[in-house]
Design a protein around this ligand. Structure first.
Ligand SMILES: [Zn+2]
Length: 186
């Protein structure tokens, strides 16, 4: 089964490029793309937020942003993911760790609708630590970095402080079979 992602993520990339590099960022990006990736970035208004697009198309766009606009700086993937959270989630101070976990749980239900196939589960480790597992979706380094940028920023937008994220298990390792992100805060 071809892996697919929602157009919403592609729209957030367009917004990221314009926000970070101005409209000339899009002009520089387009000649470095082919096929559908090129068509979509040439006419971003045609991107349907709730439509499905090939994961490879998103990956081609993300890699071109890294290579052409960020001059190969791979930290751009975390920044792109964080911007996706800014793009979709409203800022609000959430007081208790319990509220934060409830918010994350709800957020993960939405997150699970952004790609297919695959499922998302959240495991609470302690008051301020959760594990988020994505099963059934074969990821790559760049995608896990944008996911981590997204997850970290999501709870920062809700007032969490001292947030750290890492990935103890990744589906790139065939024996893991899962991407597991560990999210901790103060
Ligand atoms: Zn991974």
């Amino acid at each position: 089964m071809a892996q697919r992602v929602k157009g919403l993520t592609l729209r957030s990339r367009v917004a990221f490029v314009k926000h970070t590099y101005g409209s000339e960022g899009m002009t520089r990006l387009v000649p470095n793309l082919k096929g559908q990736a090129r068509e979509l970035m040439e006419s971003p208004a045609t991107i349907n937020s709730s439509g499905w697009y090939d994961f490879d198309v998103q990956l081609e766009i993300d890699r071109a942003i890294c290579k052409v606009l960020a001059k190969g700086d791979a930290s751009i993937y975390l920044a792109m993911g964080a911007y996706s959270a800014d793009f979709q989630i409203s800022k609000e101070d959430t007081s208790s760790p319990e509220d934060l976990r409830r918010f994350l749980k709800l957020q993960m239900t939405m997150f699970s609708h952004y790609f297919k196939p695959g499922t998302v589960e959240m495991v609470t480790v302690s008051d301020n630590e959760v594990l988020i597992r994505i099963k059934g979706f074969a990821s790559v380094r760049e995608n896990c970095d944008t996911n981590m940028g997204f997850l970290k920023r999501s709870i920062e937008l809700r007032g969490a402080e001292g947030v750290t994220i890492d990935e103890p298990k990744c589906s790139q390792d065939p024996t893991a079979g899962v991407c597991e992100y560990r999210l901790r805060w103060k």
